[in-house]
Write a protein that binds this ligand. Structure first.
Ligand code: SF4
Ligand code: SF4
Length: 116
């Protein structure tokens, strides 16, 4: 039976280990996201130097991200999010790459129902 109703289930993957210790295994973090965080910090410093307001900063950041994602083969496994408000990759769950998580083979003895 598929494990879709399990609270550890996400897009066919099992997040049991990650949810036990969120963020503990750094190897599971999306490297693209890590790189973006570095770019974000750099832009913060520049914005401070040029005294940009919040809106100008947001516009510049969106533009930077768009250019970055277009100009690099950032990740060969990336499945770009297309919906408004979606993450840049649909395999991203919080900060974790779902491809680093095992597949859910169906309801198992660790199954926990989703919270309402
Ligand atoms: S597939 Fe997506 S979430 Fe996974 S590493 Fe690549 S960009 Fe990050
Ligand atoms: S049913 Fe088992 S394998 Fe599937 S997501 Fe839940 S805990 Fe993981």
């Amino acid at each position: 039976m598929p494990g879709r109703m399990c609270r550890f289930y996400q897009n066919g993957r099992c997040l049991y280990e990650e949810m036990l210790n969120p963020g503990y295994n750094r190897d599971w973090r999306c490297p693209v996201l890590k790189e973006q965080e570095g770019e974000y910090d750099k832009l913060l410093v520049q914005a401070d130097n040029f005294q940009l307001d919040a809106q100008a900063f947001r516009d510049l950041w969106e533009q930077r991200i768009e250019e970055y994602l277009k100009s690099n083969v950032v990740c060969r496994k990336m499945v770009a999010g297309v919906e408004e408000g979606e993450a840049f990759c649909t395999a991203l769950y919080k900060e974790v790459c779902l491809f680093e998580q095992p597949e859910c083979e169906g309801v198992c003895n660790l199954f926990k129902p989703r919270k309402e």
